[in-house]
Design a protein around this ligand. Sequence first.
Ligand code: KIV
Ligand code: ZN
Length: 525
Amino acid sequence: MSGESSAGNIRIFDTTLRDGEQAPGCSMTTGEKLRIAKALSDLNVDIIEAGFPAASPGDFEAVQAIADRNLGPVICGLARCNAGDIEKVHAAVKGADRHRIHVFVATSAIHREYKLKMAKEEIIKSAVGAITMARELCDDVEFSPEDASRTELSYLAEVVSAAIEAGATTVNVPDTVGYTVPAEFDRLFRYLQEHVERIGEITLSVHCHNDLGMAVANSLAAVSAGARQIECTVNGIGERAGNCSLEEVVMAIKTRAEYFGLQTGINTKRLYPTSRLVSSITGMHPPRNKAIVGENAFAHEAGIHQHGMLQHASTYEIMRPEDVGLSKSNLVLGKHSGRHAFRARVTELGFDLDEFETNRAFQEFKKLADKKKDLYDGDIEALIMSAGNTSSGPWTLKSLAVQTHSDEPATATVVLIGEDSVEMSKSAQGEGPIAAAFQALEQATGVEMVLSKFELRSASIGEDAQGEVTVTVEIDGQSFRGRGTSVDIVEAGCRACLEVINRTLRRRQRGESKGDTVRAARANI
Ligand code: KIV
Ligand code: ZN
């Protein structure tokens, strides 16, 4: 089989920034996407699908910014089978030395009849036309027959053959709606290899969704049946129940190397830091019991397990926490820690800060260390993530005062500083401190919003732990997520809200009205 990556014989195609971003509430700014792209490059993924450039000017800009950094992995963009989309992908990705155009069209009967209203032959014609055009612009072209797992096998083989004839270099087989099961998917991959003559000339790829909780199992079945590229996302984020989880599929191949006889080029020590980065940015935190990166993944509570572990770790541990980048000592720094120690820990946690960002984060660290005796990894991560958010204004929170009494409405006063350094102070009342503070923020900034979700988690341990708040708010009929951190949870909520307000105001300044344009564009496919 062709298509081996330089360091392994399985290519890891990461689509966190494209399919992952399509998860509700996971929209990211260009700056956030760049941070994730850098982390993916440190993780040593083979391909980064950076976005869907035709979806919105913001998407185009993000893909282009990532490609222009030339981070090392192949940079890929998604396109429907039309000239406009393909040209946009090419324009966005061409800055990277190695780039790819990924075109797709649905092939299943249900999509043909109800979504595309196209006959089988028309779909093949459209795919062939798009691949031919993409190949004129780029040597590396991937084709995906969307909803492949629900497509008639003989027709799927026909489509795949036509795609290869037209010049596709990778053919991806998506289980778009997470419908297949491992044995059936194994048959599908074997069928394609038996019925598509030139299949050995291309890289065969797999792309699974997790609607029935089998995305990783189905991807592994495809790999056993000959797929050599796996499409996946960090923490398994993605539409609905998400995509195949990168960390799970990679660690399955590594841990069961004697079974699969395959390897990826992933630097597995970067798995945990990358997972933390993605969850901090998206506000989607993996459940405690999530394999590989969940809080409990390496915790052994039961006495019998602990006893066994003390005798020999391999009694109950099939992977070592260090192999996925989980540090053993969580207690890190304190008031007397210097800049050097701080910087070293920050790098270990997977952040790549420049001089300016390091100085700013170190100042915040010193302020926090005055309030809190012990600083844990979670505190440092929370601090860096929130320092990144507030940097881009127009408003910063100077102070917040809240008065509550169990029998009366709460009163909150916020003082904000604008870009022109002018202070704005507003007070408001509400049922509880959060409602009062949010109303004060609305009045001060003029941005109206409806709070639909308020999620609070502790960034580390102890009663002085920082609270990490993720808010979901509706503005102009669209949903946005923001996050904020503070040892005061009302202030953390205000910071989270202000992050969304700032993003909204910046977007309005740029004249953009749409928030989640990726899903909007996809709805029109
Ligand atoms: O799930 C899917 O079918 C996709 C394709 C565009 C590859 O994401
Ligand atoms: Zn998908």
